[in-house]
Design a protein around this ligand. Structure first.
Ligand SMILES: Cc1cc2nc3c(=O)[nH]c(=O)nc-3n(C[C@H](O)[C@H](O)[C@H](O)COP(=O)(O)O)c2cc1C
Length: 402
């Protein structure tokens, strides 16, 4: 097994952890915050993490639901780019059809919908894990007809459990962790463990572990973040999915919010009670957090495929990523997708620009494959919070079976 779940911290881990210890300054800041909170009129901006109807879908599985509704309930807990949840489901008897919802597009951030299809692959992986787990035998027909938005037809038949139950058991526990990780190379066994989860010949994994390579890769992520921020259309496309208040979160139940951003308690508190940041301010925080925390890692990983324009390969790549994230969670490792370089490479392709980031990312993988998905993996210094979700009833309907 790649990492030990509990481990002794060495000096550099302690240095990493130091910012987590409450200092006198932080204590005073907190006292001030509590005082300020007492003086705020009711209806102020503070809200508790993971509370309210937008987080109810995480209470899964539901013993009163059919296995088909429980399979959809698992699918909606999957990762998706900017938490766009670009999926729709139709249940007919023991069949579930999965569709793409193109209204949930990221626009300039994902001009070819490649991220969207990877997100759909994530949902399909959760759905199939649970379908196999509850039905024993499952058929999954990916892109079953000429309709590019018809992602899959999944048929549940039989009863029983599968050998992959352990991954299914992590579905409601898995969250993207955007906080700092222990910044030390992962053991070499990580690559073999993750490679064991690659089930499709079209998908290839690259693991970047060595310190100098990780540093170089982190620089690429930071440079790509700056390039996105400097591109007004891209940064505004990102900002459209930011939900600031509890009211917005409960209204939309998608998008990015403060709690799962991997920030300290004080920053989250002041972020919530403060006014809504504009695109420029949000971009500034994003760059700061990417530079300081989100490029710390045991390893950076790239999932590639032979044809990045293939919808099938994008879906398979998403399925593989979701499987790896569930596995990582089961062994105490944190994961965060970091797709600034692929996003910028797609934008360069869309606008016919010099492929600065396309080239930079390609340099890490074999010539015959194209990089699609990037993530970091390692030991997080803190647990994180769940992201909001639309309930299954908002994105699924049941029709009479054939
Ligand atoms: C294809 C894809 C790309 C993503 N890219 C990023 C990214 O670049 N940065 C990031 O912080 N999270 C990224 N995410 C993670 C999503 O933001 C996250 O899954 C979503 O907010 C829901 O949160 P959860 O994974 O904790 O349930 C990506 C997820 C997917 C599926």
């Amino acid at each position: 097994m790649l990492f030990h779940r509990k481990k002794q911290l060495n000096q550099s881990d302690r240095d990493n952890l130091r910012p987590m210890v409450v200092s006198r300054r932080e204590f005073l800041m907190w006292s001030g915050a509590v005082g300020a909170l007492c003086m705020l009129p009711s209806g102020c901006g503070y809200y508790r993490p993971e509370s309210g109807p937008a987080y109810a879908p995480w209470d899964w599985p539901n013993s009163e639901d059919t296995r088909e509704w429980n399979a959809v309930g698992a699918a909606i807990l999957a990762a998706s780019p900017h938490n766009t949840q670009p999926w729709r489901f139709v249940i007919a008897g023991n069949e579930i059809d999965v569709y793409a919802d193109l209204n949930q597009s990221l626009g300039a951030l994902d001009p070819f919908h490649r991220e969207m299809y990877r997100g759909l692959g994530c949902a399909l992986e959760n759905l199939c894990l649970v379908a196999e787990d509850s039905a024993g035998s499952t058929e999954c027909d990916i892109l079953p007809d000429d309709d590019e938005t018809h992602i899959a037809k999944v048929s549940l038949s039989g009863s029983g459990s599968s050998a992959r139950s352990e991954l299914a058991g992590r579905i409601a526990k898995r969250h993207t962790n955007r906080g700092p990780y222990v910044d030390r190379a992962a053991p070499s066994s990580l690559e073999a463990d993750l490679n064991d989860l690659v089930e499709d010949a079209e998908v290839r994994l690259t693991v970047i572990r060595a310190e100098a390579d990780r540093k170089d890769f982190a620089d690429g992520v930071i440079e790509a973040t700056k390039a996105i921020i400097d591109d007004t259309e891209m940064s505004e496309a990102s900002h459209r999915w930011y939900r600031h208040t509890e009211e917005e979160i409960n209204k939309y139940r998608d998008g990015l919010t403060i709690d799962p951003m991997g920030l300290g308690a004080g920053t989250r508190f002041f972020g919530k009670i403060g006014s809504r940041p504009d695109t420029e301010k949000e971009s500034k925080y994003w760059l700061k957090n990417t530079t300081r925390y989100q490029t710390t890692a045991g390893a950076f990983c790239i999932l590639s495929c032979s044809d990045k324009t293939s919808r099938l390969q994008q879906i398979l790549c998403g399925r593989t990523f979701q499987r790896m994230h569930l596995f990582a969670d089961s062994v105490g490792l944190a994961v965060q997708p970091l797709n600034q370089m692929p996003e910028r490479a797609d934008r360069e392709e869309e606008l016919g620009l010099d492929p600065v980031f396309g080239r930079r990312l390609q340099a890490y993988v074999a010539e015959e494959v194209s990089p699609l998905m990037v993530f970091r993996i390692g030991y997080a210094l803190e647990e994180t919070f769940a992201s909001c979700r639309k309930p299954a009833e908002w994105v699924a309907q049941e029709v009479s079976g054939t």
